[in-house]
Design a protein around this ligand. Structure first.
Ligand code: NDP
Length: 248
């Protein structure tokens, strides 16, 4: 019997990296997993990799109508959500002097506004015992060169979870933050290509006491912990899946 037997999970940004690895893990533990993302072909590929117990729904977390469609489908097919993993996120390197209006707006639209309305629109489907996981980052508690806007967006996530744990008091719904450190995903690879891949990976490694860059599956294990009843006592908390990076 899996840890998530008969649970219904929704993972935004479930077609790549940490989201995809978590979707595989949740499905293997018995959950039916809804994965979302904007890129249809990447969603289809992810869906095929996961195999059974998966529904892929194309959508953008910044588009209200896409979120409505997602939760309409889940409501019709399952009537509830046990695990909501608000994982979709983006970031790009921009030193202070080069921050653009467009990059600021997009980063906050996806990482903060997308998270707020994903959770708000899912709320009617979340019942006693449900687990909400928000995706933070070690950058949310540290200064990070050329990554201030992304880092600020992830700092906001910590406070959302703390405040929502209070808003949700008495409902039996819990909300926690999963904060990865450097994790070898297509997302990080994209940022690293722009910065000079070897230089950036070396710098990240130097800030990681565990001595290796995490794999998506490392973070998915922690997501499973937060999704399952193993973490039933936790709400308003932040868990770092970061090889110790937050300490450096
Ligand atoms: P990936 O780029 O591999 O995955 C990001 C996912 O988010 C993709 O599925 C992407 O799908 C989706 N996404 C992006 N924008 C949107 C949008 N507007 N609407 C819907 N989906 C969207 O990155 P990671 O797996 O690395 O990142 C996952 C999360 O982990 C992010 O929140 C990231 O900030 C966080 N994180 C990652 C770290 C790392 O080192 N990798 C470290 C700390 C935190 P599509 O493009 O098809 O829309």
């Amino acid at each position: 019997m899996g840890k998530l037997e008969n649970k219904v999970a929704v993972i935004t940004g479930g077609n790549s990296g940490i989201g995809l690895s978590s979707a595989k893990r949740f499905a293997a533990e018995g959950a039916h997993v809804y994965i979302t993302g904007r890129r249809k072909e990447v969603l289809d590929k992810a869906s095929a990799e996961i195999g059974a117990n998966v529904t892929a729904i194309q959508g953008d977390v910044t588009a209200s109508e896409d979120l409505d469609h997602l939760f309409d489908v889940v409501r019709t097919q399952h009537g509830r959500i046990d695990i909501l993993f608000a994982n979709a996120g983006i970031g790009q390197l921009e030193p202070l002097g080069h921050i653009t209006d467009a990059a600021f707006d997009l980063t906050f639209a996806v990482n903060v506004k997308g998270t707020v309305f994903t959770v708000q629109k899912a709320l009617p489907l979340l019942k006693d015992g449900a687990s909400i996981i928000l995706t933070g980052s070690t950058t949310g508690i540290k200064g990070t060169p050329a990554f201030s806007i992304y880092s600020a967006s992830k700092a906001a996530i910590r406070n959302l979870a703390r405040s929502w744990a209070l808003d949700l008091q008495g409902t039996g719904i819990r909300v926690n933050v999963l904060s990865p450190g450097a994790t070898d995903t297509p997302g990080l690879q994209g940022v690293a290509e722009a910065a000079g891949r070897t230089t950036m990976y070396d710098a990240l490694l130097a800030q990681t006491p565990a001595g290796r860059i995490a794999e998506p599956a490392d973070v998915a294990s922690v997501a499973l912990f937060l999704a399952s009843d193993d973490s039933a006592v936790m709400t308003g908390s932040e868990v770092f899946a970061d090889g110790g990076m937050a300490q450096v």
